[in-house]
Design a protein around this ligand. Structure first.
Ligand code: PLP
Length: 395
């Protein structure tokens, strides 16, 4: 996309289709543009701002961290916030060790490397296949794009990482056939597929894949970059299936709006990694880790999660009413907690644009799904206003 040289966006590489709205402030669920107009932000920066904009818990954590003057020291040295955050995340997840990084795609890249190293030690060079599911989205870097089932995102950059295989999660026979213990290093899946249209894969499937991967010595990587950390109404989306993965990818909400990702690993997989096998300059810096501690301590409170479930049920009920009033436009509403998709009979982009013009920010998930990712702190009244704006646009 080429913009006129007088367009203020002209010096940016044109990989985003940004509308011509300039945001200058955030306030709770609202984003405010340079004319002072308020928009209800039901994107949360694509699932990042779990506590909304300008939440005191985050601002105070940033202020306290800044008082130390220690923003970055690199992983050459120890700093306390990363060590404390790793202790908190391992306690909450039941996993044993953490590697910090800077984004979702980077956490997936890390998990793929960890799984591959572990598998190579167990099964040699042939055990390098990575099984991913149809409609998956795991990021846009080399490995994460290779396990992302979006031909339009992949094709311009092929060949990607070899060994990725896609399988339809509803075809259990095919899933089982790909899980060859001699060839397969890992399975990667999103318990709730985000970009693929807000599709919960189901507790039964999660349990089956967990059982098969355990029996066959294959690593199970869960990508909870979007659905993790409270969004699904449980701290981790896989908790409803009562399983423990071998690797868990987190990012988006973790850093409270600052870039942060994490790979959580079982001791067995972590032990396969040696100094020099992986690394990052920025990951787990003291400022972002201090903010992440505040985020995780807030979203993991049982009372906070109970509210996500309650508000999610309210949003769901309103969306079902919307579907019943517009049966020829709305095919289905899907989701859990505060991650919802409105599957339309028509393209989502005009509805997203219309809602934005009417003061509600949403984000498409694939071509026909309008995705709602409000902050987990959203109020009932804001939910009601958002759904009435959607109704205006669909009418
Ligand atoms: N995994 C999932 C499930 C995601 O939804 C995303 C981003 O939307 C990613 C990975 C990639 O995260 P990032 O954009 O931070 O690289």
């Amino acid at each position: 996309m080429t913009l006129s040289t007088t367009d203020p966006r002209a010096a940016l590489i044109g990989v985003y289709r940004t509308p011509d709205v300039l945001f200058v402030r955030g306030d709770g669920t609202d984003l405010i543009d340079d004319t002072g107009r308020r928009y209800l932000d039901f994107t949360s920066g694509i699932g990042v701002n779990a506590l909304g904009h300008g939440h005191p818990v985050i601002l105070e954590a940033i202020e306290r961290a800044l008082e130390t003057g220690l923003i970055h020291a690199s992983n050459l040295f120890r700093t306390a916030p990363a060590e404390e955050l790793a202790r908190i995340l391992t306690r909450l997840s039941g996993l044993d060790r953490v590697f910090f990084c800077n984004s979702g795609a980077e956490s997936v890249e890390g998990a793929l490397k960890f799984a591959k190293k572990w598998a190579k030690l167990r099964g040699g060079d042939d055990k390098h296949r990575i099984v991913a599911f149809s409609r998956s989205f795991h990021g846009r870097l080399w490995g994460s794009l290779a396990v992302t089932d979006r031909p339009d995102y992949r094709r311009p950059f092929e060949p990607l990482m070899p060994g990725a295989v896609f399988v339809d999660p509803t075809d259990l026979e095919a899933v089982s056939a790909t899980l060859d213990p001699d060839l397969t290093a890992a399975v990667i899946l999103e318990p709730i597929q985000g970009e693929g249209g807000i599709r919960f894969l189901g507790d039964d499937l999660l349990r089956t894949v967990r059982e098969w991967t355990r029996e066959r010595g294959i690593a199970l990587i869960l990508d909870e970059v979007q659905c993790g950390l409270g969004r699904a109404g449980t701290l981790f989306a896989h908790q409803s299936a009562e399983i423990r993965p071998d690797l868990l990818c987190l990012a988006k909400p973790l850093g409270g709006g600052l870039p942060m990702g994490a790979v959580l690993a079982s001791a067995e997989i972590a032990d396969a990694m040696s100094p020099g096998d992986h690394g990052t300059t920025f990951g787990g810096g003291p400022l972002v880790s201090a903010v992440a501690i505040a985020v995780v301590e807030t979203v993991s409170q049982p009372g906070f999660l109970a509210e996500v479930v309650r508000k999610g049920a309210h949003l769901h009920a309103l969306l079902e009413e919307l579907r019943s009033r517009y049966p020829s436009t709305v095919r289905e509403v899907r989701g859990r907690g505060l991650i919802w998709g409105i599957d339309l009979m028509e393209p989502a982009a005009p509805v997203v644009a219309g809602a934005r013009d009417a003061g509600l920010l949403t984000v498409p998930a694939g071509s026909h799904v309008v995705r709602l990712l409000p902050p987990l702190t959203v109020s009932d009244t804001e939910i009601e206003r958002a759904v009435s704006i959607l109704e205006e646009v669909l009418a």
